[in-house]
Design a protein around this ligand. Structure first.
Ligand SMILES: [Zn+2]
Length: 263
């Protein structure tokens, strides 16, 4: 892979932007983020050297997460920010420089195009990571300045099995040091005896392993949660709709002013 001269942007002018904002004026208190919405790779990166199906599989993106977050945005009338490029280009939910920010290997698959130097890593951050997070920051700043109450909901999906381990959870509720909003989702989801719901598993949020919740939720003191749905539950439009309806109903029952008082 040839390196780019510093003045050349990674994205060519006709390529899609690094983020999309849906319904920015939405009146819900929820702001939805979809860090792993897309499996696009900038043309200059030549598919990262992956010529099989890898980019359409879970290592390339969170299958179903973009569709789910768009439906949730519509049902709640909530603003939504989606990333525009694959997590394999640069992961929008990892701190820059962390080992999984630009992974050399993902889900056991080596990523040939990710053997890059610091200048190329910076070009990826400038092209794909920072524009997405600046858009989120601008949206949250505007809501703060307007005095609007806000909670941050990150929407992800996870693969039913990883490296041979089957995962029993249909959904997972993740949080770091602030459990206020997560506790409400956990309690509501667990009312359905048919659902197996992970409490900070199969993942948990950490400052070293996550970016969006620490940067946009914790650092601002905003109530937040990261919701993970298992991908075989988002395979059809009907399944996506059912999850969107369920999550929207749970969120509508939550009174953020009470949440803040308990925090
Ligand atoms: Zn994800």
């Amino acid at each position: 892979m040839s390196s780019l001269p510093p003045a050349v942007s990674l994205l060519e002018p006709d390529e899609p932007p690094a983020f999309e904002v849906v319904n920015p004026e939405g009146r819900s208190s929820a702001v939805l983020l979809c860090d792993h919405a897309s499996n696009l790779v900038p043309r200059r990166l030549a598919r990262l050297g992956l010529y099989g199906e890898e980019l359409s599989e879970h290592i390339g993106w969170d299958l179903g997460a973009a569709r789910l977050s768009r439906r949730l945005s519509a049902l709640l009338d909530a603003p939504l920010v989606l990333s525009g490029y694959s997590r394999l280009v640069i992961d929008c939910n990892r701190p820059l420089g962390s080992p999984t920010s630009i992974p050399q290997i993902s889900g056991g698959v080596p990523i040939p195009g990710n053997a890059i130097d610091a200048a190329e890593a910076e070009a990826r951050a400038e092209a794909c990571f920072w524009p997405y997070h600046r858009a989120i920051r601008a949206l949250l700043d505007a809501r703060r300045d307007a005095g609007e109450r806000t909670a941050v909901l990150c929407v992800h999906s996870f693969t039913p099995s990883l490296l041979g381990d089957d995962r029993p959870w249909h959904a997972a509720v993740l949080y770091g040091r602030d459990r206020r909003l997560a506790a409400r989702f956990l309690e509501a989801l667990r009312r359905d005896p048919a659902l197996c719901v992970g409490d900070n598993e199969p993942y948990r949020i950490t400052e070293g392993g996550d970016y969006s919740v620490p940067a946009h939720g914790e650092a601002r003191g905003l109530p937040h949660v990261l919701l993970e749905i298992r991908q075989d539950g988002l395979a059809s439009d009907e399944q996506v709709e059912a999850w969107a309806q369920r999550l929207a109903a749970i969120y509508r029952e939550i009174d953020l002013s009470q949440l803040a008082a308990q925090g």
